[in-house]
Design a protein around this ligand. Structure first.
Ligand code: CDP
Length: 229
């Protein structure tokens, strides 16, 4: 099965997708982390994120992969063989990723990798364009939203726990900026697929979000007769 979760920044996609993946033994693919890894590569090579030609020139020599850490269940992101899961969460990368992910060639390359990964086993992917572009035939599509202040609070807490410092104000501004740019870009903009199920997580707990999606997946499996292993 292929499950797509799209939605704006910090709406709870990653946390939910990870837990759903653990519960149902699906591979969880964090596509945002891949765009972040590409951005980190540009940073390491001192390439300006807006310098499209230069960013395109490093695609072929950049290796991005994800694996599940069996002890924690976390999806780890590797850039050229090195675990960069924490480094890609800094405010600088959050800022730079918006430009890097708009480059057509970057998207084509990462979408290809995502489609190959999607063939490995049952998968759940989160991003902006999973249900619309990467897997338009996904078995189920969810579009997760939440009030912007709730999202900023959640991201603030998450980053603090990771030891990454930033102010609540800056986090909120970054979320608003990214959502605007992600929604208005011409290439794979952030928008719900026509057949996506909308979930507003503003007043839901994580376990409620997870349970809602798990139940939908179980029902879909039954409906399709995919419940036999
Ligand atoms: O976790 P958060 O919501 O902050 O963002 P993310 O999923 O890590 O994605 C980082 C950025 O990558 C987003 O703001 C988008 O600009 C971009 N992105 C994208 O264009 N397409 C995707 N499938 C996933 C992320």
């Amino acid at each position: 099965m292929i499950i797509a979760i799209d939605g704006p920044a910090a709406s709870g996609k990653s946390t939910t997708a990870k837990l759903v993946g653990q519960e149902l033994n699906f591979l969880y693919i964090d596509t945002g982390a891949m765009y972040r890894a590409m951005t980190l590569k540009a940073k390491k090579l001192n390439i300006d994120y807006e310098d499209t030609e230069k960013v395109i020139s490093i695609i072929q020599t950049t290796d991005i992969d994800q694996i599940i850490d069996s002890s924690t269940g976390d999806t780890k992101t590797f850039l050229d063989g090195v675990d960069v899961s924490l480094e890609i969460r800094t405010p600088e990368i959050s800022k730079g990723v918006t430009a890097v992910c708009e480059i057509k060639e970057v998207r084509e390359n990462l979408v290809n990798i995502q489609r190959i990964m999607g063939k490995r086993k049952d998968v759940i992917l989160d991003g902006r364009d999973i249900g619309t572009v990467v897997f338009p035939d996904a078995d189920l599509k969810f579009f997760m939203v939440a009030d912007v202040d709730v999202r900023a609070q959640r991201r603030f807490k998450e980053l603090s726990e990771k030891g990454i410092s930033s102010s609540l104000e800056d986090i909120k501004a970054d979320i608003v900026r990214r959502d605007e740019r992600d929604s208005s870009r011409s290439n794979s903009p952030l928008k719900p697929a026509e057949d996506a199920i909308l979930i507003d997580t503003s007043e839901l707990t994580i376990s409620e979000q997870v349970e809602f999606i798990v139940n939908k997946i179980k029902n879909e499996k039954m409906r399709n007769g995919k419940n036999e292993n």
